[in-house]
Design a protein around this ligand. Structure first.
Ligand SMILES: [Zn+2]
Length: 73
């Protein structure tokens, strides 16, 4: 679904960590690790939604570091 991300200051796609794990090929555990590290944007609330844009940005930043499994986004 599309939502305004205050960090991106733009409309972006936000999905649950579970859905993001499926589309990105990153394990859910890694996604939660990124959330905890503040590497990806997320909404606070009863359900956590992650900003897809922020994972793409993270992928660009971390291309050489390869600290995660391959991100397929
Ligand atoms: Zn964002």
């Amino acid at each position: 679904m599309t939502e305004y991300c205050p960090v991106c200051e733009a409309l972006t796609e936000i999905v649950t960590p579970e859905a993001l794990a499926m589309v990105s090929g990153v394990s859910e555990r890694s996604i939660f690790r990124l959330i905890e590290a503040g590497e990806v944007h997320f909404t606070d609330g009863p359900t956590v939604y992650v900003c897809v844009n922020s994972l793409k940005e993270f992928k660009r930043r971390s291309n050489r570091r390869r600290i995660l499994e391959e991100i397929k986004l």
